[in-house]
Write a protein that binds this ligand. Structure first.
Ligand SMILES: N[C@@H](CCC(=O)N[C@@H](CS)C(=O)NCC(=O)O)C(=O)O
Length: 211
């Protein structure tokens, strides 16, 4: 049985969304963040040494890292959905955004979260971090003005990746002036499979209710 090790308020929500889009059978094992530290509970380390979410288990396989999980699910449960044909320009763009979301887009958002712990001591870093956040949002806006989804006019695996940095940006009020990004997030938030995943996943601070 396919099991999603699901941490509340986390990137694993997008794995649930993909599974709902695919109509796949799966079960959810829930983990709760520590109320004070917001960290994942130690038991997640018994599933995978990184102790992060998402992680999935499928028979004797354990797979961590969202991009790897999404590729694995598309290969094994996707029946050809959400992956452009290999050898096409769309496929190259899809692969780019599969890596881009966690590789480039998330980085300045995480820096902003971590340096906030420094208080005033973070001041010299803030202009650099804010500049980097702007560069990532400008890039996604440029893409989304030109196509319905991040890698073209079809929903692909890459959308399940970039939704998280964009949701995080929206929740922190950073999408003001980024109308294409905002419309994209709102469009995804209306998808029946997204809403079903939300119901199943529970507590999620970046969903449709966030302005
Ligand atoms: N690049 C990894 C990031 C995984 C990650 O940092 N997950 C967060 C949840 S959004 C987590 O588990 N945080 C809890 C902690 O680090 O204790 C991925 O996409 O899977």
């Amino acid at each position: 049985m396919l099991t999603v090790h699901h941490l509340n308020n986390s990137r694993s929500q997008r794995v649930l969304w993909l599974l709902e889009e695919l109509g796949a059978e799966y079960e959810i094992r829930r983990y709760e963040r520590d109320a004070k530290t917001n960290r994942a509970p130690i038991e997640l380390k018994t599933i995978h040494p990184l102790g992060k979410s998402p992680v999935i288990t499928d028979g004797d396989k354990t797979i961590a890292e969202t991009g790897t999980i999404i590729e694995y699910l598309l290969e094994n449960y996707g029946e050809g959905n959400f992956v452009p044909e290999k050898g096409t320009e769309e496929f190259d763009t899809y692969r780019h955004f599969m890596h881009y979301a966690e590789g480039s887009a998330m980085f300045p958002f995480l820096l902003a979260i971590y340096t906030a712990y420094l208080g005033d001591a973070a001041a010299p870093l803030n202009p650099i971090i804010m500049g980097e956040i702007k560069a990532q949002l400008d890039y996604m806006e440029y893409r989304l003005i030109r196509s319905d989804y991040i890698a073209g006019d079809q929903l692909t695996g890459a959308d399940f990746m970039v939704i998280f940095p964009l949701e995080a940006a929206k929740a922190r009020g950073r999408l003001l002036g980024y109308d294409a990004c905002l419309d994209y997030v709102n469009k995804i938030h209306k998808r029946p499979a997204y809403l079903k995943a939300l119901e199943k996943g529970g507590d999620y601070a970046f969903g449709p209710d966030v302005s």
